[in-house]
Write a protein that binds this ligand. Structure first.
Ligand code: ADP
Ligand code: MG
Length: 339
């Protein structure tokens, strides 16, 4: 039985409304022609959209509806974090095929509910249409103090390049899934690591608390979140700041257990940490003499590590510090234009 049994309004009333909670900042949520938001006075409004298309961003046969809901909201919350912002509410536009079971839609919204509650971000609206293939758009509205907004364009030559948490775990989880190893059976020596990799891939935690501490410090020059891989994303910071970067690959915060998954998948942990996307860690630059203060502040407030992985240079391009070799750039939809 497909969605014709409950219809568009059934989807909205049964499943979406559960995530619509009253708040001081969302005066009108689901049900009217527009949501009405009231950011705190003196704050700028931030808005970000992220789209997920079946077959392009996720493999339907390998993605539960809960994980799809969770990840599509996590990606947009991570964008708010990347600017140093605080989320106010989110909007979901959902296009499932007509044959989709109502329980799929329920599970999709449940996956979002997990994050929506954790960060106290209500669902305030969206749109619901029928589609040939599943498409999801999540838009998040947030706010930030004008002087605390962190863009990609503020990196200065000499800055240290810093990343929160660890890199490469999400790519390891994806490799397990794509190679058909995620459902097991797996050898005992790799079981625990495989669980961590799959969790990192399926349930990335947006770094909202970390972003708040970093923005408050007033010490960060530029920031973005790592969605396409460190190498590609630092290239965006460098290009938008009119600078270059050297990355010390030997300093990357690669979890120790990653090597066992790399051995199992016949892949390279270093490649995953440099080029693997979807870790949703924060990538930032700051003056070298601010690094220790930032590390202490972040660890003290959130328990999250901040690792110094390189520095900003004044010659364009991103190179490996150890070898001087240029790092590959990011994946682009529609392919890369000839250079
Ligand atoms: P309109 O025709 O005015 O665009 P809709 O009938 O599309 O209104 O939507 C009715 C209400 O339900 C609106 O408040 C809209 O924001 C909300 N809504 C629709 N789809 C979703 C969804 N997938 N998630 C959350 N809210 C939704
Ligand atoms: Mg509509």
């Amino acid at each position: 039985m497909g969605l014709e049994t409950i219809g568009e309004f059934g989807i909205i009333d049964r499943y979406a409304r559960r995530l619509d909670r009253p708040s001081d900042r969302v005066l009108v949520g689901i049900g009217d022609d527009c949501a009405v938001l009231r950011p705190d006075s003196g704050r700028h409004l931030l808005v970000t959209s992220d789209m997920m298309v079946a077959g392009v961003h996720f493999l339907e046969e390998h993605t539960t509806p809960e994980d799809l809901g969770y990840k599509s909201l996590a990606a947009s919350l991570s964008d708010i974090a990347a600017m140093g912002g605080e989320p106010l509410c989110f909007f979901v536009s959902l296009g499932p095929p007509a044959s989709t079971e109502p329980s799929w839609v329920e599970r999709f919204f449940n996956g979002m509910g997990n994050l929506s509650q954790r960060f106290n971000v209500p669902l305030a609206g969206g749109d619901t249409v029928r589609s040939e293939r599943t498409v999801v758009d999540v838009t998040v509205a947030g706010q930030a103090e004008p002087g605390r907004i962190l863009s990609r364009s503020g990196a200065l030559p000499g800055d240290a390049v810093l990343v929160t948490g660890e890199l490469g775990a999400s790519a390891a989880g994806l490799a397990l899934i794509v190679q058909g190893l995620a459902e097991g059976p797996l050898p005992g020596w790799v079981l625990h690591s495989a669980e961590k990799a799959l969790l990192a891939h399926r349930r990335p935690m947006p770094r909202l608390n970390e972003a708040f501490v970093l923005a408050e410090s007033g010490l960060v020059h530029s920031m973005m979140d790592i969605s396409d891989g460190l190498a590609g994303d630092i290239a965006h910071v460098a290009a938008q700041s009119g600078v270059g970067a050297e990355i010390r690959v030997n300093s990357l915060p690669v979890p120790k257990w990653l090597s066992s998954i790399a051995a199992l998948c016949k892949a390279s942990a270093e490649e995953w940490s440099l080029y693997g996307g979807e870790d949703y860690e924060l990538l930032l630059t700051a003056a070298p003499d601010a690094v220790e203060r930032l590390q202490q502040a972040l660890r003290g407030a959130t328990g999250t590590n901040l690792t110094d992985v390189g520095h900003i240079t004044d010659s364009p391009g991103v190179v490996m510090a150890e070898t001087g070799v240029r790092l590959r750039s990011a994946h682009q939809h529609f392919g890369s234009p000839p250079s």
